[in-house]
Ligand binder design. Structure first.
Ligand SMILES: Nc1ncnc2c1ncn2[C@@H]1O[C@H](COP(=O)(O)OP(=O)(O)OP(=O)(O)O)[C@@H](O)[C@H]1O
Ligand SMILES: [Mg+2]
Length: 299
């Protein structure tokens, strides 16, 4: 039996790509399969969201372990995969996931085709899981992670993109290295001036809790990511996920103190960085990732 035909045994031992076929079939009501996934072996699902599933796999072509992201085949996942590919092709930084290859699995019948991205496999767990398991992160470690994320954002902005979905699920943190993932809702911005607002974002991130208010009106620039990094910093230091509430405090309503910062007893210097990064007005925030990094480094 051909290892990729319906009914083939699911395990890697039964043929390269067999496990991926099994996983894909599990997700799909139709028993259609892809015939061209044989380069991927020992496949194991490690994550996924609305746009696709992410697998750890051995890639014969790359000759090593990789992260394989396979699209859901919907129109929005097609846009998301194209966005991610467009951005990652132009970004090369130690704190941003690297795109190694991309392609399309050709399906049969109604199954259609599925885009895939091959990325370097980042070991460790995402920050969201880390905080859920262990609670607030100590300042020394948080500081190190945040500084690396500022570097990652500088690289994204310098390449002419705004990430637009900086949140703990999109950051891997292992062995002292933070890696920014998921450029699926990234937008092109000016390379010369990453802090010049652009209009007309095609689609918004699924989770708005870390998202700056201007995104609601389809506006964004590099400062949109500064806001989200401020929200992520607040979550790291307090251990509490945001309730899409940050911009209600301070400049919008005049309420003087953010209760999450107050209750978590976050020191004044760190609170001031969070408050500045998450100002509702873009002009009142840090004006670049470098500027935010310098403030963090100074504490
Ligand atoms: N290169 C990688 N190395 C290790 N794990 C990864 C990698 N890429 C993604 N993951 C894991 O898969 C999860 C989902 O990845 P990603 O955020 O890129 O996909 P997504 O479909 O856009 O998800 P969502 O819609 O939930 O944001 C991540 O949170 C992470 O746990
Ligand atoms: Mg994601």
């Amino acid at each position: 039996m051909h290892p990729f035909l319906p009914g083939a045994p699911p395990d890697g031992a039964n043929g390269p790509g067999g496990r991926l076929m099994h996983r894909l079939r599990e997700l799909m009501p139709q028993r259609h399969v892809f015939e061209d996934a044989s380069r991927f072996r020992s496949i194991e699902r490690i994550g996924g969201g609305c746009m696709g599933d992410v697998y750890r796999a051995y890639d014969v072509k790359v000759d090593g372990l990789v992260a394989l992201k396979v699209s859901r085949g919907t129109e929005s996942s097609r846009v998301s995969f194209n966005n991610e590919k467009r951005a990652l092709t132009r970004i090369n930084h130690a704190n941003v996931v690297r795109l190694l290859d991309s392609g399309v699995f050709s399906g049969q019948g109604a199954f259609g085709t599925r885009q895939f991205l091959v990325m370097n496999l980042v070991e460790g767990i995402c920050l969201k899981d880390r905080i859920s398991m262990e609670g607030a992160i100590r300042w020394e470690e948080a500081r190190h992670t945040l500084m690396q994320l500022c570097d990652a954002l500088s690289a994204v902005h310098d390449a002419g993109f705004v990430h637009r979905d900086v949140k703990p699920d999109n950051v891997m943190a292992g062995q002292g290295i933070a890696t920014l993932l998921d450029l699926g809702v990234s937008e092109r911005i000016s390379r010369k001036n990453p802090m010049r607002i652009i209009m007309g974002s095609r689609f918004a991130p699924g989770n708005l809790d870390y998202t700056a208010p201007e995104v609601i009106n389809g506006r964004c620039d590099g400062r949109t990511d500064i806001f989200s990094l401020g929200m992520l910093m607040r979550h790291m230091l307090s251990g509490k996920a945001p309730l899409n509430d940050m911009w209600l405090y301070g400049s919008v309503t005049g309420v003087p103190q953010d209760p999450i910062l107050r209750d978590a007893d976050i020191p004044e210097a760190q609170s001031a960085i969070i408050s500045r990064a998450t100002e509702a007005r873009m002009d009142s925030r840090f004006q670049s990732a470098e500027e935010m990094k310098a403030a963090i480094e100074g504490v």
